[in-house]
Design a protein around this ligand. Structure first.
Ligand SMILES: N[C@@H](CCC(=O)N[C@@H](CS)C(=O)NCC(=O)O)C(=O)O
Length: 222
């Protein structure tokens, strides 16, 4: 366990899905921390960010000087290092599915659902930035196959289920929450019952409610 008096600092960006994943996990653990806001898309913030992250991205967690980046690694560290309910199931198949969802989220969810559909369907228009309908369409076209895979996993009942908070839920939820703001995305999600049931359960958790991003113009992107 991490030293209770050690300084814990999370460097992140409020609009970032990956930052929110870590914030959800820290809230689930009941862990206090200092939050430093850095917009990786703002050149002046990027200079500061490069001092703690070699690729200039967020989030970055520093625990008494021990620095971790890459969200999956941060989440695993948070779960292992701090008191509070475990976010990793002990049952082998549940743990395997959890890891599968975490990897799947990075490989197949982030780009189409967040960078393409949400960014060009909701975020850029909201920030009065140019949006590309072709990119929005490409994200929406790629989504059904990914959502079907997630639905199959949720139906199986080993992870992405109500009452089973784990690191996969922390990792994935912020991305689908953004995708749900795209009207066509909401429609696609609503046709997947098990995934929708898990989304609704997640949406009511205090950790999720208190980490909801304030989507106001900052001149960034997601
Ligand atoms: N693989 C990284 C991805 C982090 C990431 O891409 N974060 C976004 C914000 S959600 C970012 O910093 N983007 C800045 C950029 O693309 O230059 C992780 O798992 O932490």
């Amino acid at each position: 366990m991490s030293d209770a008096g050690a300084e814990l600092i999370l460097t992140g960006y409020d609009h970032s899905v990956y930052t929110r994943s870590v914030r959800i996990a820290l809230a689930e653990k009941g862990q206090h921390y200092t939050y430093v806001e850095r917009n990786p898309f703002d050149p002046s913030d990027l200079l500061d960010l490069m001092l703690v992250h070699p690729f200039g991205r967020v989030p970055v967690l520093s625990d008494d000087g021990f620095r971790v980046y890459e969200t999956s690694a941060i989440l695993a560290y948070v779960d292992a290092a701090f008191e509070g309910p475990s976010l990793t199931p002990s049952e082998i198949r549940k743990a395997a599915r959890m890891q599968q969802v975490i990897s799947l989220t990075d490989s197949y969810v982030y780009q189409p659902h967040v960078r393409q559909a949400f960014s060009h369907g909701v975020y850029r228009p909201l920030m009065a930035e140019s949006a590309d309908t072709g990119t929005l369409r490409a994200g929406l076209d790629a989504a059904p196959r990914v959502l079907d895979a997630l639905e199959e996993i949720a139906r199986e009942g080993l992870t992405l289920c109500p009452e089973q908070m784990c690191l996969a839920s922390c990792h994935l939820y912020p991305m689908l929450d953004y995708f749900d703001m795209v009207p066509e995305g909401r429609e696609l999600l609503s046709r997947r019952d098990a995934l929708s049931t898990w989304m609704h359960w997640m949406g009511r958790r205090a950790s999720v409610v208190e980490t909801r991003p304030q989507l106001t113009a900052t001149g960034g992107t997601v």
